[in-house]
Ligand binder design. Structure first.
Ligand SMILES: CC(C)(COP(=O)(O)OP(=O)(O)OC[C@H]1O[C@@H](n2cnc3c(N)ncnc32)[C@H](O)[C@@H]1OP(=O)(O)O)[C@@H](O)C(=O)NCCC(=O)NCCS
Length: 109
């Protein structure tokens, strides 16, 4: 019998998310993320299981995603560099891969 060989998972990539600087830290980013989660979870619009983001590797940005339930795809930054084929001489990484499992969201659908 063959071992499982699935190496890819259906996911929605969030790119270039941002709020106007004047309104940062007022809850709009979280409200947008809540909307995105419900949009892709309700009625299984895309068949996607995960939201993914290549987040700017800055404490405030990472904190935002962590606070919104995102996890690191590869917890260790050195390992992430290795898996992505980036030399450890180029650490810190500019971005960190993170994901949110849409099944964490309870919806009626
Ligand atoms: C990251 C970003 C989208 C979050 O939107 P937001 O409207 O500030 O988010 P919220 O108000 O819901 O804040 C949620 C958390 O994010 C943190 N945060 C992240 N970036 C922040 C910023 N530039 N200013 C203020 N708070 C920020 C807050 O501290 C808050 O955590 P706390 O409540 O524990 O203090 C927004 O700050 C932004 O556009 N930042 C610059 C661009 C960026 O980093 N985009 C992400 C690219 S991957």
């Amino acid at each position: 019998m063959r071992d499982k060989t699935l190496k890819r998972f259906p996911a929605v990539l969030i790119g270039r998310l941002g709020t106007n600087k004047e309104f940062a830290g007022q809850g709009y980013g979280t409200a947008i993320m809540d909307f995105i989660k419900v949009l892709f979870r309700t009625n299984n619009r895309t068949g996607c299981r995960f939201l993914i983001v290549d987040a700017l590797n800055r404490p405030d940005t990472l904190h935002y995603y962590e606070k919104n339930g995102f996890c690191y795809l590869i917890a260790d930054e050195r390992l992430e560099a290795k898996y992505m084929g980036i030399g450890v001489g180029r650490l810190p990484l500019n971005t960190r891969l993170m994901y949110f499992d849409l099944l964490k969201l309870k919806v009626n659908s």
